[in-house]
Design a protein around this ligand. Sequence first.
Ligand code: RB5
Length: 366
Amino acid sequence: MRIALGSDHAGFQLRNCIREFLQDSSYLTGDFGAEGSDKPCDYPDAAFEVGVRVARSEYDLGILVCGTGIGMSIAANKIPGIRAALAYDEETGRLAREHNNANILALGGRKTDCETAIRIVKAWLSADFEASRHLLRIDKIKSFEEGAAMIRDRLNSPPRLVTFDHPLIQHKIGIIRDRNTSVKAFRELVQEIAGLMVYETTRNLQLEPVTVETPITTTTAYSLSGKKIAIVPILRAGLGMVDGILQLIPNAKVGHIGLYRDPETLEPVEYYCKLPGDIGERDIIIVDPMLATGGSAVAAIDLVKKRGGKKVSLLSLIAAPEGVARVHERHPDVDIFTAALDSHLNDHGYIVPGLGDAGDRLFGTR
Ligand code: RB5
């Protein structure tokens, strides 16, 4: 077994004593950190040297020593995959393995003498992880680490534009682009596409296990556990997508935002806004079939955020690059989901090739 040892200056002597014991017991050791007890070394440096090597499986386990062992355990536990346990006696050394499957043992060079430290190390090394109920708890820590890593990635990554290349979606988009498609067919297809898109966008919703009695036996099934959803159509064309989404998420609440486009400035003007009272606790999907200049989308997101909305995404059937850029410039935290990213806007602010005015085509007002 390979064990990485590390210490700061305050743990230097105890580290030497532990190394001697480990080598006499035929463990392979690596040595990191302070070069002497009178040469200051910051404990995080040694903790990260050893912790990263253990997390990467260069070593099976690690032992870290500072004055109290506290700083080492705090620092090492920042590394995903590391479970560093501070132990002051044999029992905590043993339990650190049996219950926590600690892959790093932290010791206090100013608190623990060499003889005691060796007894702790022996107890830790000879114990086995009990798994059973403890496994679930460790899995919870692991899931949290993975979740935190995802959030970090999101914060460091550029805003997302997701286009759907699913053949069913693309086939239906082709039909609604056609100027000869009837109002009835257009309306039905918009609902269908919205439903298919939301099926994809909700892929990462969180589940929790629930116990269910089937006619045959009792089993564990899954139920949605995460935040609830609010769908917010931008009036009026957004209405055309709501039923398709509600078919899949019938418990979603629906807010409405009324905006019209000033024909001269092409800028949106608000005339109506009614959102669910608990909007701040919901995942919000703003829906509008066309993301053209981005003016309405930005105004709608502004309104939703002003009223407490935090996690917002935007769902459109067809988007123009100008609209995508404008939304992401103002709201880089908002994911945009679209079935087609078209070429550009014409002089009247229509998407090219697009499908014309989605509101008129949905409601037959042309
Ligand atoms: C160093 O003086 C001391 O603070 C350090 O070894 C450690 O005890 C920190 O937690």
